[in-house]
Design a protein around this ligand. Structure first.
Ligand code: PRP
Length: 188
């Protein structure tokens, strides 16, 4: 399957690489001597996690957590079900949650609160993309790459129905495709 031509590029691969290096430099400076645990939130964060971790000049440890999206009935409460929990014990550790995007903030807010009950030394968040307009809960995002408009974005780990995660750039999916009104690409 080819990426649809209808995807409009928002952020190019080089621009993303530059920003990831910038975030990694800040993290390296801030966490010197603390050996943080990087926690990638599956699936979307896998690309960001791979790129960011290789630019952080510290002896980091890595783990992953997977959550299921909140259903309609729990959307307002922001309750997220953990599908795959951490393997590492984070008590006393400096945890940095790595995400591709913070949208409503419900996922990261829930994860931060949940992980804090395990008595880590600290929990902070690092996201590549931030949609401030879409926020439903107030939450501090310590490391934020790009502020983007409230549009449906794909690529660099982000999907639409599991497609487009592999794109090396971030693109905007037209509203008519995102809402399923029009299927604008061909499948094999
Ligand atoms: C996306 C993204 C974040 C979450 C952000 O995950 O990776 O985890 O949504 O949205 P929020 O701020 O509104 O909670 P998604 O549920 O699409 O799963 P995926 O990572 O497996 O694609």
């Amino acid at each position: 399957m080819q990426p649809p031509e209808v995807i409009e590029q928002l952020l190019g691969a080089e621009e993303i690489e530059g920003k990831v290096r910038e975030l990694a430099a800040r993290i390296t400076e801030d966490y010197r001597g603390k050996d943080p645990v990087l926690v990638g939130v599956l699936k979307g964060a896998f690309v960001m996690m791979a790129d960011l971790s290789r630019c952080i000049d510290l002896p980091v440890e890595m783990d992953f957590i997977a959550v299921s999206s909140y259903g309609k009935e729990t959307a307002s409460s922001g309750v997220v079900r953990i599908v795959k929990d951490l393997d590492l014990d984070i008590e006393g550790r400096h945890v940095l949650l790595i995400e591709d995007i913070v949208d409503t903030g419900l996922t990261l807010n829930y994860l931060m609160n949940t992980l804090k009950t395990r008595n880590p030394a600290s929990v902070e968040v690092c996201v590549l993309l931030n949609k401030p307009e879409a926020r439903k809960v107030d939450m501090e995002v310590r490391y934020s790459g790009f502020e983007i408009p409230d549009r449906f974005v794909v690529g660099y780990g982000l999907d639409f129905a599991e497609r487009f995660r592999h794109l090396p750039y971030i693109g905007i999916l037209p509203d008519e495709v995102a809402t399923g009104v029009e299927e604008s690409w061909e499948t094999e």
